[in-house]
Design a protein around this ligand. Structure first.
Ligand code: APR
Length: 252
């Protein structure tokens, strides 16, 4: 049971914060209908384990399968709209322009809700890059929309002919160094850390709230289900982000 008093307490922390860090995960986009890796899938993709498709090995073994899987996900993102949770976070950022928003999501729903420059720790599904990083990591490739939505073999890199791949971080890969450095710095100086919709099991993102906590931040979690973050949270708002975050914004 989430009382008005608790919501007001959270709003008060957000209002007086001077170095707010927000970390989001797949849960913030689930109310927009973007399938998470841990959702069971229907139809064509139901016999695949997403975690087995999102690896460099899977792409080497079967680039067409992995490219088509991302074409499916990309189309789902394009169809999706930001939900009240995304809009509430954008509003919190408007009230707190110093806030740093870090997301593990590869969709652009934070941007489309009006959030300023979210840090994408796991990349951006709308972008493609050369799988051989022929001009350095990342070598971005512009693809016509028809090509990027097609369920087919990846098109060749225009510079070297290696296959294109989505500009996302696969299991076993390094995170983009600049994004990671900014995220660690935000965690180290945060006075309040708002964590929304992450299971807290994929590192290094999952460590960020713990780093913030160790540095003295007040940790607020929004998740209808207990996560690996919950034992470390000072306040746990056990509700869907799209329900509870607009109420927090109202109390700001
Ligand atoms: N509001 C808030 N939280 C929600 C909601 C909601 N409406 N719906 C689900 N959640 C919570 C779930 O309870 C779960 O704890 O969101 C969390 C989603 O967890 P994951 O699917 O594990 O997503 P995430 O933590 O972002 O995963 C991290 O792992 O799948 C890979 O690379 C992928 O970026 C992803 C990373």
């Amino acid at each position: 049971m989430i009382t008005e008093t608790l919501i007001q307490q959270v709003a008060d922390h957000l209002r007086v914060s001077q170095r707010l860090m927000i970390l989001t995960g797949a849960g913030i986009s689930s109310e927009s209908g973007v399938p998470t890796f841990r959702d069971s899938l229907e139809g064509l993709w139901s016999r695949y384990d997403p975690a087995q498709l999102a690896t460099p090995d899977a792409f080497r073994r079967d680039p067409t399968l992995v490219w088509s899987w991302y074409a499916f996900r990309r189309a789902a993102v394009r169809r999706a709209q930001p939900n009240p949770g995304h809009h509430a976070l954008a509003e919190i950022q408007r009230r707190q322009p110093q806030a740093v928003l870090i997301t593990q999501n590869v969709d652009d729903l934070h941007e489309r809700a009006g959030s300023r420059a979210p840090i994408h720790l796991h990349g951006n599904i709308a972008r493609s890059k050369c799988a051989a990083a022929c001009r350095g990591e990342p070598t971005h490739i512009e693809l016509p929309i028809e090509v990027s939505e097609a369920e087919s073999a990846p098109p060749p890199c225009p510079y070297c002919g290696a296959p294109a791949r989505p500009d996302v971080v696969w299991f076993g890969e390094m995170l983009p160094p600049a994004a990671l450095t900014t995220a660690h710095a935000a965690a180290a100086r945060a006075d309040v850390c708002l964590v929304v919709g992450t299971s807290g099991v994929v590192v290094p993102a999952a460590h960020l709230p713990l780093e913030a906590k160790a540095a003295g931040a007040f940790v607020i979690e929004v998740n209808p289900v207990e996560s690996a973050i919950t034992p470390h949270a000072d306040v746990w708002l056990s509700a869907p982000a799209g329900d509870i975050l607009p109420r927090v914004v109202e109390a700001l």
